[in-house]
Design a protein around this ligand. Sequence first.
Ligand code: AMP
Length: 216
Amino acid sequence: MNLVLLGYPGSGKGTQAKALAAKRGFTHISTGDLFREEISKNTDLGTRVKGYISQGKLVPDGVVLDVIENRIKTLKGNILFDGFPRTVEQAEGLERMLEKYSMQTDGVLFFEVNEKEVAKRISARRFCAKCGAIYNVLSSPPKTENKCDSCASPLSTREDDRQEVVLKRIEVYKDLTSPLVSYYRTQGVFHVIDASLGQDEVYAQIEKAVESKAGY
Ligand code: AMP
């Protein structure tokens, strides 16, 4: 089963994807995480995408699709796409690619939450650069202030979580990513998740949607 997680930045996709991947054995592909890793390693790809990310713009579709193809061509399915696709062109590219490797999109989970709430959540978001754990200083703070619960490293704020960049990312979502809601809604694979609720309640809805799929 291959799933796409769709929704505003800050709607909780990353947190839920990590939980679902761990519990259900999905291969979690987050294009955002992938790009951040390339940037931190100073690779050619990292250098190419850095400027787009720091300005809150989308990385060009061709670059994203190449990265995805390289990642999925050796996989046999059970993939969780998080933060991809983000444009209709990417969604069409994904469809072609999955077909090429004899796979398909089995479910799209749309994380529904309003714009005001995501802006609030992003400003409270912290992450651990060492192990990737995500925190929210308001709703899911670490046990010790500014320290990762899992590995005790100091927590960081994402560079593109600065307020002016967040506003741009929200605008980009509305212009380029939200058309995917109508794109997928008509395809019979679409599930609306009320992402305004707490983490456990959101996870319970996701489990229900996953279990409703054949074979689970
Ligand atoms: P995220 O961690 O998903 O919020 O992504 C962080 C940033 O990486 C985005 O604001 C974009 O600049 C870039 N990015 C991540 N995924 C994509 C994608 N599928 N298409 C284009 N740009 C992306």
